[in-house]
Design a protein around this ligand. Structure first.
Ligand SMILES: [Fe+2]
Ligand SMILES: [Fe+2]
Length: 172
């Protein structure tokens, strides 16, 4: 299914997240020119940095704008949103654990985090976004897209990662 323009900024982040998830699951990258490190300890730094640069703000935007819109317009998706929120919290906990202890059991903890991230992103893309595009009023999708775009500081980047400062300022 072609992604609705309103959801494309989130889908861009999802693409990057799936690449990181594969690196965590496999312990290496499948892309020949990737600079993904092979050392597990170095992968901890990379995934912690990816969360800081991209996923913390991505989660905040989803929780502030995407999920409330889904609950308002698709009440039947409340359980799905609850599951997605639990997954956000689980990943936040895993990242904080890696920051506290970046050395123990990495061959277990990193693939496990990768599988969680992979499953979460696929659930949002294949279940949540697909349901939204199928069942939400196009005008409601458009207005959600406007709210998501307002988070982007300028037209130069469609990514949400640079919007964390705006989002945090708004929620204070
Ligand atoms: Fe999410
Ligand atoms: Fe997401």
């Amino acid at each position: 299914m072609k992604r609705h323009p309103s959801l494309i900024p989130l889908s861009h982040d999802h693409h990057d997240a799936l690449v990181v998830a594969q690196g965590l699951i496999l312990g290496r990258s499948k892309a020949p020119r990737s600079d993904w490190p092979t050392a597990r300890r170095a992968q901890v730094d990379r995934v912690v940095a990816f969360f800081a640069q991209t996923l913390w703000s991505h989660f905040e935007v989803e929780e502030a704008h995407l999920f409330p819109a889904v609950i308002a317009h698709l009440p039947g998706a409340a359980d799905l949103v609850g599951q997605l929120l639990d997954e956000h919290d689980a990943m936040r906990t895993r990242i904080r654990d890696l920051e506290r202890d970046p050395t123990t059991d990495l061959d277990v903890r990193l693939p496990s985090l990768g599988r969680l991230l992979d499953a979460h992103v696929r659930r949002e893309e294949r279940v949540l976004f697909a349901t939204m595009q199928r069942e939400m009023d196009p005008a409601d999708l458009e207005s959600l897209g406007t709210r998501l775009r307002r988070r982007a500081p300028d037209g130069a980047s469609c990514r949400l990662s640079s919007t964390v400062a705006n989002t945090r300022a708004d929620t204070r």
